[in-house]
Design a protein around this ligand. Structure first.
Ligand code: 5GP
Length: 198
């Protein structure tokens, strides 16, 4: 099962994802390739595979990405082979990708559950982004502008979760994950005899 989680930067996605992963040890977070330079404390191969434009373009040319996108001026992509290897090992995948990536995954008919995390309001999102303080003024402005345009794509998602309280949001996402485990497409993969009843 693939669970896609998007949300504008500053919405609190990474806290939510960390908590959901704690509750679901059979899930693994997809590690994307990116041309963005690492931030302090980010580790290559854990947070991202940090790579050059050249290597990224080569991978793109070989169709190695399920999806890829330019986000805030940097390239990000999901390696199909990385993901399929984990799936063969019986793991479920959680993907933290942006709206453009979700569109591509849907165009390629990737099975999955698509969740969008919303801020309580645009003003609150701006406050959270400002508080984060990892950005200079220009990056802050770009991220806020991008956030607003991302929010306009709410209608391509299966679920919209408003993050006004982290604990409740984690609970809501957890409920979606639990329900998805019982979805018809998921269960039929696990119970082969169901198709074979005479
Ligand atoms: P950051 O640079 O803050 O780690 O991530 C910026 C944005 O890029 C996040 O909104 C995240 O969802 C998105 N992102 C990270 N990896 C991927 C990816 O592989 N594909 C796409 N389309 N977006 C990604």
């Amino acid at each position: 099962m693939r669970i896609f989680i998007s949300g504008p930067s500053g919405v609190g996605k990474s806290t939510i994802i960390t908590e959901v992963l704690k509750h679901n040890p059979d899930f693994v977070l997809s590690i994307s390739y990116t041309t963005r330079p690492p931030r302090p404390r980010e580790v290559d191969g854990k947070d991202y595979f940090f790579t050059t434009h050249e290597v990224f373009e080569e991978m793109k040319g070989r169709n190695e990405f399920l999806e890829w996108a330019r986000v805030h001026g940097n390239l990000y992509g999901t390696s199909l082979s990385w993901m399929e290897k984990r799936e063969r090992q019986g793991r479920h995948i959680l993907l933290d990708i942006d709206v453009q990536g979700v569109r591509q995954a849907q165009q390629k008919d990737s099975p999955g559950v698509y969740i969008f995390i919303l801020p309580p309001s645009i003003e609150e999102l701006a406050r959270r982004l400002a508080r984060r303080g990892t950005e200079d003024d220009e990056s802050f402005r770009i991220r806020l502008k991008n956030a607003k345009s991302e929010l306009k794509s709410w209608d391509i998602y299966d679920y919209l979760v408003v993050n006004d309280d982290v604990a409740r949001t984690v609970q809501d996402v957890q409920s979606i994950v639990s329900a998805s485990r019982c979805s018809r497409t998921e269960i039929i993969e696990r119970i082969p005899w169901l198709r074979e009843i005479e």
